[in-house]
Write a protein that binds this ligand. Sequence first.
Ligand code: SAM
Length: 298
Amino acid sequence: MSQSHDPNAEQREFWRAAAVWVDQQERLDAQLAHIGVAAMDAVDGLPSAARVLDVGCGCGQTSLQWSERVSGSVLGVDISEPLVEVARRRAAEHSAAYPEAAPISFAVADAQTADIAGLATESAADNGSFAGFDVVFSRLGVMFFADSVAAFVNLRSATRPGGQLSFVCWQRARNNPWLVSVNKAVLGIVEMPSSDGPAVDPFAFADPDHVQGILGAAGWSDIAIEPHDTELVFSGGGTLEETVDFAMDLGIARRALAGHPPEVHAQVRDAVTAVLAPRETPAGVVFPAATWIATARN
Ligand SMILES: C[S@@+](CC[C@H](N)C(=O)[O-])C[C@H]1O[C@@H](n2cnc3c(N)ncnc32)[C@H](O)[C@@H]1O
């Protein structure tokens, strides 16, 4: 398929190969859960029978959480097949444990280009009677589009008139030392291979004016972008040793250390330990974390 037909092909490949999101799913969920819940709480006047779209749903924790908050239905959409596979497995277990939860379905799709209303109509959860989502939500899953305006136009086209958008994204890197300090420790010792894949910038939505511009250009109204400054238990908790293991498994360390001998791994491990140790508390390794919660209406 040519690049013009598949604008996010490189992202698809990156996220298909992002094994850390599968391998460390429980720890990542524990680390990020409260951040997603803050963006869920930002939706107001939610009809109880709401239909929710979870964009870039990854391994599906937020889709499961939504299914306990609404009685309508939840559709999780993600470009990465391995992540959606995990989400589907978890949803099956979840529905068995919580039969009263709203039906959840998932689709492997590019949220920028997919016919999302069509996916919702096809999904078993919506019984073919789809009339637009009440809520379009994302936890950290909307910063990676090749064309963000086109993506938010596409998402709006699947939203009912008056339906709400709510997502959470990171503020700038400087305000999020949990990632920056680990990356610095790793890259102070080893370089990133120059052949490393596409630019995947978790801080791409750090400038609220930029986000406001994208949402406005995509036709959303009542746009609000509020700071949500919080803390984050790096790796979701556990001992310093376990947290260092987790940091060494993240994308940056994995990719930068590939092919290096054990003594270099050990050096990097020491450097990572040195930045995490001062943050150790009885609850785990705790850092400040700064996010934006963006809300808007169709
Ligand atoms: C930082 S992860 C967040 C995953 C999940 N929301 C969570 O909080 O655990 C970003 C997610 O966005 C997905 N993604 C990236 N580009 C996408 C696109 N164009 N369409 C749909 N999903 C996309 C990735 O596959 C990945 O699962």
